[in-house]
Design a protein around this ligand. Sequence first.
Ligand code: TXA
Ligand code: MG
Length: 315
Amino acid sequence: MTRIPLHEAVAILKRGGLVAFPTETVYGLGADASNPAAVARLYKVKGRPKGHPVIVHLADAGQLVRWAREIPESATQLAARFWPGPLTLLLKRAPAVGDYLTGGEDTIGLRVPNHSIALELLRQFGAGIAAPSANKFGRISPTTAEHVRNDLGDEVDLILDGGPCEIGIESTIVDLSRGRPVLLRPGRIGAEEIEATLRVETGPRDRNAPRAPGTLESHYAPRHPLRLIPSVQWDEVLRTAPLARGVLSLRPRPASDASAMWVEAPSDPVRYARGLYANLRTLDESGCDEILVEEPPAGAEWAAVRDRLARACSA
Ligand code: TXA
Ligand code: MG
């Protein structure tokens, strides 16, 4: 593997530049979280509306006190159990945390990623790195350095290449700012694991929950229309839909099928998630008019994948 230019990355962050880096979930577009101008440029490059908060990435849970004014026992427990890892905690923000990070919310999203390059970058930088996924706003998150290059090109000062991301979908987000924990975005870590660690049930998402914009609207969308097809309708849809279609199915392509493109996804949810965004990009770039996705099974282990697919098709 080629040398990772971490020193250069740190220097770029220190002077207010943007560095894309791998995490175990998806690639992040990083900026110095303490530098409002750097974060403003990050929003501009991403094409992200101002009111959308970013996650601040930390080298370890010891840095929480710099960002959160209250660290409930639940945060300590979840951090001990899952950090470094694919979990973002929403906590009440410290007084010094600016609106430019939180979109005006009273909370701040914090996460310690589990990736050697991300962690080494965070350690050498020595402070928080604000990093949304390194894609244009509303598009599919990148899981390789090449995805980042295709999406952001020269608009980012440096891309650290750590190969394909292990998990492939974004972190689980848990709101711990209002008493009972609320799961705002499902991910590899499921509600059951959160509940088993805290020994409480997660609460329902209600009207007063933080807005978490990216978790509410259509998001993660390919350019071409995507239709999510229930398994019972699958054969019928394949018989009738125009052939200029790309297909993401859990089954192998039937001999009789004439779809322009067919991708067979793994039937295991962990592997399905790992390849999901790369598969959607492949289908999106295949020249097809439409993407047909066979709905994955019900069941908690598929919750995060189903969540992302539902958003990809509601565009
Ligand atoms: O896995 C991940 O979390 C990746 C990697 C790079 O760490 N990051 C990521 O960031 O997915 P982003 O910005 O694409 O998505 C973060 C989500 C957004 O939907 C945002 O609204 C929500 O987290 N969020 C962050 N801070 C928040 C806050 N203080 N209050 C409410 N929602 C927040
Ligand atoms: Mg994102």
